[in-house]
Design a protein around this ligand. Sequence first.
Ligand code: BGC
Ligand code: IFM
Length: 811
Amino acid sequence: MKFGFFDDNEKEYVITTPKTPLPWINYLGCDNFFSLYSNTCGGYTFYKDAKLLRLTRYRYNNIPTDTGGKYFYINDNGTIWNPGWQPTKTELDSYECRHGLGYSRITSSKNKLKACVTAFVPLEDNCEINQVLLTNDSTDTKTFSLFSYVEFCLWNAVDDMTNFQRNLSIGEVEVDGSEIYHKTEYRERRNHYAIFAANQKADGFDTSRDAFLGAYNATDDPAVVNSKCSANSIASGWSPIGSHHFNITLKPGESKSLIFVLGYIENKEEDKWESLNIINKKPAKAMLSRYSSDEQVTVALNNLKDHWNQLLSKYVVSCKDDKLCRMVNIWNQYQCIVTFNMSRSASYYESGTGRGMGFRDSCQDLLGFVHLIPDRARERIIDIASTQFEDGSAYHQYQPLTKKGNLDIGSGFNDDPLWLIACVSAYIRETGDLSILGETVPFDNDESKTASLLEHLRRSFDYTLTHLGPHKLPLIGRADWNDCLNLNCFSKEPGESFQTTGPSEGPIAESVFIAGMFVKYGKEYATICHELNDFEEEVRALAAVESMNKAVLESGWDGQWFLRAYDANSNKVGSHECTEGKIFIEPQGFCVLAGIGVEEGLAKKALDSVKEHLDTKYGIMLLQPAYSKYYLNLGEISSYPPGYKENAGIFCHNNPWVSIAESVIGRGDRAFEIYQKTCPAYLEDISEIHRTEPYVYSQMIAGADAVFHGEAKNSWLTGTAAWTFVNVSQYILGIQPDYKGLVINPCVPSGFGDFTITREFRNAIYYISIKNEHNTQKGISKLIVDDKEMFSNLIPFEKGKTTYYVTAIME
Ligand code: BGC
Ligand code: IFM
């Protein structure tokens, strides 16, 4: 069952009912100012950091769910309704929500009054615009009231939810015509405030939540909207809000537009005013003047659309599979940008107060983003590397505003260091910019301890090498990619947090997954050394990779598949000898994509085992059989009920690893089958089962052991976005950025047909046509670049050349 449809021309998903199985959201904002925006106008806004600088309040665990947003209420002759249906939930005569790239538009009508709300964050300013267009579609003149409503958050979202003894006395506002200033904290910090303004003279306003709602009412029944009369309240403490009231009369067929701006202003140091609590309104007024007319708003929205179209033009495929095209050309890349911006901080499932930027998460997000805005990727790499410690280990997370490592979580996840090599190498492959390796980067953000980025990479590499266990496999520490595989966590007591207990470096538990990573990214590190003509280091690195490869073959192979790990007592994890958790997905995918066991024929065996033991119609499960009870020696993984999350859920993130691995051994049919199973566009028809947005990936789909097999959870912020894009763009469609140019190496299913790709790479455009007359699954036999036949599958990059016409023949 569907709840909408894709409009590929407009690059929009069109939701046709407000009653989607879960809130289906969008992200507004590109750089610093962001809003989460649901199909019922729910969501919240923040500047840079969802924990520290939150503009509007949002209650997770709310009932009904997703109430809290930027709302508009209409009182049309006693019928009170919202264009986005929530919070009054008055039945609408028509409803449509279009989530586009960086904007959303909700259009609905009731009793022949139409309301169209367009929400977006313009490129140039730290604000969200809500343009409300009202049209009288009836044959009579209509007189009605429109009210706006936002509830301010007192900036620090954690304090806002907890420190009531203080909060309820600190709220301050100021009203200047239709401009409502939220000044809480200004008295103390004098550097930032929020503004919520309308572009026309309002007939009334409110800034006190109690006055607007009425002491015992919720947002579904505001007293002021009922009475059609604002209280003109000035909040002092309690809960400040912003609300405007407009009395509107429209003749038949007539329309009226109103523009609301919710903005964030940060004073420059020199603008800080010395006198008590007087805000400098100039920058706010200047910002409002840029969005005071419909023409200005249209220009700003068109600029935003151009920005997105330009970004998405960097990789465009054309083939006969529409679903693949819409995911590759629009939604997958869009989600890569959102995950790059948010890491795992703010979604409808990540509260914005817990995790900031994950070290491994951000490194992986970058893999799907680097072709879009390489300069921002460069900046991010430096931020991430600055949270690394001198011994090569790293803070697991850092705060986006301060960019400082998060002390509560600390370090000790032993896969983290290697992800730095992954993202730096992806950046260099994309840009050819080796100069990044010479950048001076601090350790732990301490400017007195610095080294080149190359040295950071060396320490990443050596961290693994110097932390090997009894089988010469890497020590897992607190966990590797699988956060919940806490093999050194045997001291945890029930009820204690998993991530803060346990030694930061475990005694001897080892990870075959990290071994796979080391082989993959150790080779990358060696190549980087080669590019820098440091052959001695290259040889050292390759020798270490070779030993690791050997260690995996000797101690990491279980007979039919790769072992997952050894626990702290050197017992096998992910072996046929185990009673539960006999086979895990991660090492099968990663060892094979690293090339381990390919020559020996083990790779094929491992992938066949994945198909036999882990596959379902909704994707590949993380492990089987699921853990049926809690195991002290395994930790959080066994705390989940069978079929959910890391305990045998279909973790979408590592499905593409297996798909890539299949393409490494040339099985295009299977690689594509895996790609399709978790790909949202192919799941649109079963939205009632899948439940999350059909235009973006979710972190997890419940596995075969789960009560609700096939139900997805935690949409949007997942490394699945980046890895799937790497998979489909580089391995299935086969356009691989390499140090010396672009390599063409597709692996497609039979019947896929010919396809073309337009790819921007190092400031040049490549028009690539791939012909597949004979239904070949893997590789090309001929490559012609600008009428010249090449001798390999590499299109050598030529400095200064701006256009490449490429034909590749698969045979
Ligand atoms: C959660 C896991 C999650 C992990 C991410 C854990 O605390 O329980 O489900 O995947 O954190 O870091
Ligand atoms: O690898 C992690 C990621 O860092 C956060 N989400 C869950 C993944 C698997 O545990």
